[in-house]
Design a protein around this ligand. Structure first.
Ligand code: FES
Ligand code: FES
Length: 219
């Protein structure tokens, strides 16, 4: 990691072989503003940018209360931060994964008031008073949820990075439609991406969970 004193930012994450940053200061500012303070790749730069924001009054600290996995949480933070990073860094719930950071891959899916949401694009201010479920809250009394069991049984994962988002998206799908057809499962899951290409096994696992949960509305 190298600090460019002349330009005044840390550039190691962007360019490993030369002193020149790969992106311009203007582009950098746009990246940071677009992603707020939260993109891993830009952490060092963002810290610096956060200071700039603070000077400009962008950091609006607010006390926000909500429930996570049935426990009440109250924290004072920049209300523009995303739910993803509040879960991961403030609450230590690292089962929720950071993939694209743009709402495209589904790795960061959590349940808010029984709907699947992409926590990387949800500002924490918007979940005031709501109920959030993460993958850590799905097993009850040490027993896996039937969807989790089915993922294990059908080997519906390889690296596992997409798995929490897949399982929670399936969970939300089955809350809305407890007896989906295969086509409905595919449609409901098609926007969650698996880089290991485990999609067929994922669909099979969800079909099997549907059979197991028949006649129940299991939360
Ligand atoms: S990390 Fe949120 S959708 Fe990709
Ligand atoms: S199991 Fe690796 S990304 Fe889905």
């Amino acid at each position: 990691m190298k600090v460019n004193k002349e330009k005044g930012w840390t550039e190691g994450g962007f360019h490993r072989t030369s002193n020149k940053p790969r992106i311009t200061a203007a582009q950098l500012k746009k990246v940071v503003l677009d992603n707020r303070t939260e993109v891993c790749l830009y952490t060092r730069v963002e810290r610096k940018s956060t200071i700039i924001w603070a000077k400009r009054g962008f950091n609006m600290n607010e006390t926000i209360s909500f429930k996570v996995n049935d426990k009440s949480v109250s924290l004072t933070t920049d209300s523009e931060r995303t739910l993803l990073w509040v879960l991961r860094t403030d609450l230590g719930l690292t089962g929720t994964k950071y993939g694209c950071g743009k709402g495209l891959c589904g790795a960061c899916t959590v349940i808010v008031d029984e709907r699947a949401v992409r926590s990387c694009v949800v500002p924490v201010r918007s979940i005031k008073g709501k109920k959030v479920f993460t993958i850590e809250g799905l097993a009850k009394n040490g027993k896996l949820h039937p969807i989790q069991e089915a993922f294990v049984k059908h080997d519906a994962l390889q690296c596992g990075f997409c798995t929490p988002g897949m399982i929670l998206n399936a969970y939300s799908l089955l809350l809305r439609n407890p007896q989906p057809t295969k086509a409905e499962i595919i449609r409901g899951m098609e926007n969650n991406l698996c880089r290991c290409a485990a999609h067929l096994r994922i669909i099979r696992a969800i079909e099997s969970a549907v059979q197991k949960m028949k006649g129940t509305r299991q939360k």
